[in-house]
Design a protein around this ligand. Structure first.
Ligand SMILES: *Cc1c(COP(=O)(O)O)cnc(C)c1O
Length: 235
């Protein structure tokens, strides 16, 4: 078994254990393999184990991989910040975007989604812990943005995404994730039909799953540590 296959099995076991602790079914939690900075060989290795959903942060890097791996049935998720001048690339190539935190970006994605493609699946990024530098709307603004996005043609609003700051311990990680779950439940209580709570990464996936995550985004535990080549730009 390759290292990546072995790692994937371990990550799936972590998800299963966290589900079992809270009486959830493992099928309720999707695993998004975050392949940013890793090449197409790494994605193929993961794909060979049955992993179908991959996440990319950097638009151009993601588009290059999407083009190189077309026709293999991969579902591509954009999870990084999106500048206005990159929305067209995202709308043309990705299946999901987790990082929508401005109406203007959603409007551009809606206008630029090619008519022949399925609607672009969207999560609103919500900043639940007040952390800086990561983007995300304040919880109080999530409802109005979600309502507007839900009306846009070419988009399909699925839920919310969070990237909390690293927590000191398991309990504080759970506390932040429970805030996100509360925002998610409040939006659903307002009549929005959402099914995706994208939260949890390598370090905090158990806390996220035990707090109600339906999609964990895991990079390091699958592909290993990331090293950016000299001259790499994240634009
Ligand atoms: C890089 C990244 C991940 C994966 O992080 P790991 O700690 O490597 O699992 C998940 N979500 C987002 C938004 C990321 O940028």
């Amino acid at each position: 078994m390759t290292m990546i296959a072995d790692n994937l099995q371990r990550v799936r076991a972590r998800i299963d254990t966290a589900c079992a602790r809270t009486g959830r079914q493992p099928e309720e939690v999707l695993l998004l393999a975050v392949s940013k900075t890793f090449g197409t060989d790494a994605v193929r290795e993961a794909l060979d184990t049955g992993q179908k959903a991959f996440g990319e942060n950097y638009i151009q890097e993601g588009v290059d991989k999407i083009n190189a791996l077309s026709g293999l049935g991969i579902e591509w998720h954009c999870i990084g910040p999106i500048q206005s001048n990159k929305t067209r690339l995202v709308a043309q190539h990705f299946d999901w975007v987790h990082s929508v935190d401005r109406l203007k970006i959603a409007q551009r994605l809606s206008e630029q989604r090619p008519a022949g493609l399925a609607p672009l699946q969207i999560c609103i990024q919500v900043n639940v812990d007040g952390g800086t530098n990561k983007g995300g709307v304040a919880p109080a603004d999530a409802l109005s943005l979600a309502r507007s996005v839900a009306e846009l043609p070419g988009l399909y609003l699925r839920g919310i995404m969070t990237i909390p700051e690293p927590a000191a311990d398991f309990e504080s990680a759970c506390a932040v994730h429970r805030k996100a779950k509360a925002v998610f439940d409040a939006l659903k209580a307002q009549g929005l039909k959402l099914d995706t709570l994208s939260m949890g990464m390598t370090a905090d996936l158990e806390a996220a799953v035990q707090s109600g995550s339906t999609m964990v985004r895991v990079g390091t535990a699958i592909f290993g540590g990331r090293a950016y080549p000299t001259g790499f730009t994240s634009a």
